[in-house]
Design a protein around this ligand. Structure first.
Ligand code: ATP
Ligand code: MG
Length: 685
């Protein structure tokens, strides 16, 4: 008799779960549409492997975010529990290699550091730190003069990152994605060479290095067997959003593909701006030929038939697609709503009204989500939610760790961990009175020559104004380095030194003080400074409505999320903001057919998050951050081109408010009435 958890799966899912169990077969590709149970199948497969004797410590499971990894571990534990009972908790705790590519890369590289010429104390730069370092070097090389029109630090980093992740030559990347920078080819090469040298000297890895070093380490013949051999099974979710470097890593770990399972949906490939390529999933069988097995799933368990029909309609218009249309048994009389509203204020009001109505009838806030193309689109909604006392959590927006005071605090720990990290040192020293960029550079230059830079710090002359404060700074670093207060108590030392500086820098010091205490609490949940710094840098907590940026886990709250961060998730009700040309597709995403197709897939991803109801809201005008001389402005909008008139049959089209009295409308927005009327009439033709 088979385990009960297998009985709930359909034939294809079960095939994928039981595939080669007990004999380490593979490679296996599960390619299937949204909501067809790919992630669920992967969780069952991991559980089934464990139940059948696989060692969980030898399973490598890679997901898109740390959140997804812990959700997956919880599911695996639940499934294993049906067979193993209480023992399943212990087994799943041993599933220690579940995480993101970057997080796993960081851990493995620390282990192998000695063998590949890295110091195991390396610190990790987030994108902002990387851009800062790039900028320092731009200055040093004299490329930053305004009149030279050399690309900005952000563009330089984007070019560098794209080149590394796509494993393509620089000139090709410039031609394809940054043609306006092509004349700078020689200078960019010089800049990138210096950037790499600086990182190595300072014992720093950036995000891209975590993958690059991993790929290189795994392909060194003396290390490859060891690294690949420690995992019997390697499983990857959301494979459509991996880049070339990530597929190289898999190929290096499992050259013949034995023990390798990847799942994904080409129709949901939405990360090409991070060099992800849908070719990875499409070419998977070729990369591992001749033996790759493919399983497709075509039943959707998530959405009602009406939602699925609309989503299928949208993706049917895509120019290229591998996965086929899905079907579902979930019938519903309610079509998705395409709601025309006057502007973003009304859009916010509409959503608040629906959300509250849903809550009245028993749908928790947590079961509802508002999705948008770009983080700043949710501004007016956030105001309205706050006014209506609706708590919310925002994913994919400004991160807790992006705020200056948190970065300062983390810089103290980072600098103590790795005193060669110039970006951290540069940031901290300038907090001290009288220390500007040039003195900070000078001190860092002197430190760089010493074998024990922190010990040497006390002897280096600094501007007199820094005086006492400087000594406090040096002592704090020395104490942390010497491990006087064990982790996590050392973060308290860092805070006590840093806190008085808050008042000089920020007006809202008391609120920021509370954040620092929060950070201390978060830190207490990590086993070591190094794990804390690594994991926070790679996957920081998201911003929330309580100002502190830490999710209010036990309360009910509405989810606000960019579409990119909503990947793989589902909610009973989904509302989508600004379903208009200019936002969806974004003005920035209409340059090429490939970009436009990716925007279409984004809409498909958004629509397929909904289980029971879906509302696409179309404001007649919206606010845009103008990039021209006019500055910010309101523009008139029309329904997204991805829902042409031929698809309107799949929607219930309404204008909201349903019965606005013309007098009220007039008094609020007299100038707009004429224009709205014309647009409303034209809209649904
Ligand atoms: P996405 O493409 O959005 O990542 P997915 O293919 O990974 O979706 P899942 O998230 O695994 O799909 O599953 C979607 C929903 O369907 C979940 O609620 C899951 O519990 C449910 N589901 C999957 N398989 C079955 C099944 N055999 N019976 C009942 N429900 C199922
Ligand atoms: Mg999934």
């Amino acid at each position: 008799m088979s385990a009960a958890y297998l009985e709930k799966l359909n034939t294809e899912q079960r095939l994928a779960v039981e595939y080669g169990v007990g004999q380490v077969a593979g490679p296996l590709l599960v390619i299937a549409g949204a909501g067809s149970g790919k992630t669920n199948t992967l969780a069952h497969r991991v559980a089934h492997l464990i139940v059948n004797g696989a060692d969980p410590r030898r399973i490598l499971l890679m997901t898109f975010s740390r959140r997804a990894a812990s959700e997956m571990s919880r599911r695996v534990e639940r499934i294993c529990g049906q067979v193993l009972g209480a023992k399943s908790g212990i087994m799943v705790d041993a599933l220690e290699w579940a995480g993101t590519f970057h997080g796993i890369g960081a851990r493995l590289l620390r282990e192998y550091a000695d063998q590949i010429g890295l110091s195991p104390d390396f610190t990790i730069h987030d994108r902002e730190d990387s851009a800062d370092l790039m900028n320092i070097i731009r200055h040093e090389l004299g490329f930053s003069k305004k009149e030279s029109r050399f690309p900005t630090k952000g563009t330089c980093l984007a070019i560098y990152s794209r080149t590394v992740n796509s494993e393509r030559p620089l000139d090709e990347v410039l031609k394809a994605s940054f043609p306006w920078c092509a004349t700078w080819d020689a200078q960019l090469r010089q800049l990138f060479a210096a950037y790499v040298e600086a990182k190595q000297k300072q014992n720093i890895l950036d995000y891209d290095d975590l993958l690059l070093y991993w790929a290189q380490t795994a392909s060194v013949s003396t290390l490859a067997d060891d690294m690949g051999g420690r995992f019997d099974h390697v499983l990857v979710d959301e494979y459509q959003d991996t880049n070339r470097l990530q597929s190289s890593i898999l190929l290096a770990l499992k050259p013949g593909g034995r023990g390798l399972t990847v799942v994904g949906d080409d129709a949901q490939s939405i990360y090409s701006f991070r060099a992800a390529t849908v070719r990875n999933i499409l070419d998977f069988p070729k990369a591992f030929s001749p033996s790759a097995d493919i399983i497709t799933l075509d039943r959707n368990y998530r959405s009602t038939q009406t939602i699925l029909a609309a989503a299928n309609g949208v993706i049917d218009l895509a120019s290229e697609r591998f996965t086929k249309n899905l079907w579902t048994e979930r019938q519903s009389a309610e079509r998705p709503q395409l709601v025309s509203v006057r502007d973003e204020t009304d859009q916010a009001r509409y959503i608040v009204e629906r959300v509250l109505e849903n809550r009245e009838t028993g749908t928790l806030l947590k079961q509802q989500a508002v999705l948008f193309r770009t983080s700043h689109h949710s501004g007016p909604l956030e105001v309205e939610l706050t006014r209506s006392n609706i708590p919310f959590v925002k994913f994919g927006g400004l991160k807790f760790l992006d705020s200056a005071h948190i970065k300062d605090m983390l810089a103290v720990l980072r600098f103590a961990q790795n005193p060669r990290d110039r970006v951290a040192g540069f940031r901290l020293m300038q907090l001290l009175p009288g220390v500007g960029p040039s003195s900070a550079q000078r001190v860092l230059d002197q430190m760089a020559e010493k074998t024990d830079p922190i010990a040497a710090l006390a002897e280096i002359p600094v501007p007199p104004r820094a005086g006492e404060d400087w000594m406090g700074f040096v002592q704090t670093l020395q104490q942390i380095c010497a491990g006087r207060a064990a982790w996590p108590a050392e973060i308290e030392q860092a805070r006590l030194w840093y806190e008085p500086h808050l008042e000089h820098i920020h007006e809202d010091a008391s609120m920021r003080q509370a954040d620092l205490l929060q950070l201390q609490q978060i830190a207490a949940g990590y086993p070591s400074r190094e794990r804390f710094l690594t994991e926070l840098t790679l996957d920081p907590p998201d911003a929330t409505s309580d100002q502190s940026g830490v999710p209010l886990l036990d309360e009910d709250y509405l989810i606000l999320s960019t579409i990119h961060s909503a990947k793989g998730q589902e909610w009973k009700s989904v509302y989508m903001l600004n379903v208009v040309d200019g936002c969806m597709p974004s003005d920035l995403g209409v340059g090429s057919t490939a970009e436009l197709e990716e925007e279409r897939r984004l809409l498909y991803v958004a629509m397929t998050r909904a289980k029971d109801n879906l509302h696409l809201v179309v404001p007649q005008r919206f606010f845009t951050h103008g990039q021209n001389a006019q500055g910010d402005r309101h523009v008139y909008a029309s329904r997204t081109r991805f829902i042409p008139a031929t698809l309107l049959q799949y929607f219930e089209c309404i204008a909201w408010p349903l019965a606005r009295s013309s007098a009220a409308g007039q008094s609020e927005q007299p100038k707009m009435r004429v224009d709205i009327g014309a647009r409303m009439r034209g809209m649904w033709q």
